[in-house]
Design a protein around this ligand. Structure first.
Ligand code: GAL
Length: 150
């Protein structure tokens, strides 16, 4: 399991949070983009196969899944946290392209695709590639410093 890191939407500077910012979010809690930094929005990567693994909420141990858990989740499927460790919960962190890639082939996007996504914008899966869907994996101590997630 990796050290804790933050997931930063590069163009807006906002971070992946479980909605409500709880240390123990309920199953099905949505991932949204928000500005504050605290320990309840730290993530760890649990490598499972090759580059694929689970993105785990550091405090609760819950992992990010597309809502419904399908490997073939369609465009606009929201990301949530729960305990379902399955193929549909596998992601890879492509630090070179700054993409957060779902095993089904789609990417994490701010809902609506805006580069300046506002507070509490939901995070969804989408197949498009553009400047508004770049994410960086950064240090909890310095959100301007990218970290190598191993
Ligand atoms: C749309 C945009 C897509 C994608 C999507 C995410 O508005 O055209 O490329 O980013 O939002 O919800």
């Amino acid at each position: 399991m990796s050290e804790p890191f933050l997931i930063k939407h590069m163009s807006s500077g906002k971070f992946f949070h479980p909605r409500g910012g709880s240390e123990n979010p309920c199953d099905g809690t949505e991932i949204i983009l928000c500005s504050p930094i605290h320990t309840h929005m730290h993530w760890k990567f649990v490598r499972v196969e090759g580059q694929w693994g689970y993105i785990q909420h550091a405090e609760s141990g819950k992992i990010i899944n597309p809502k419904g858990g399908s490997l073939c989740s369609g465009n606009e499927t929201e990301l949530v946290v729960n305990n379902d460790r399955q193929q549909g919960a596998l992601f890879s962190l492509d630090a070179c392209n700054h993409h957060l890639v779902h095993k089904g082939g789609k990417f994490a996007h701010p809902q609506g695709g805006s580069p300046c996504a506002g507070e509490e914008t939901k995070v969804v899966l989408h197949s498009d590639v553009h400047a508004g869907m770049k994410f960086a994996f950064v240090s909890p101590c310095n959100a301007n410093q990218e970290v190598k997630v191993v």
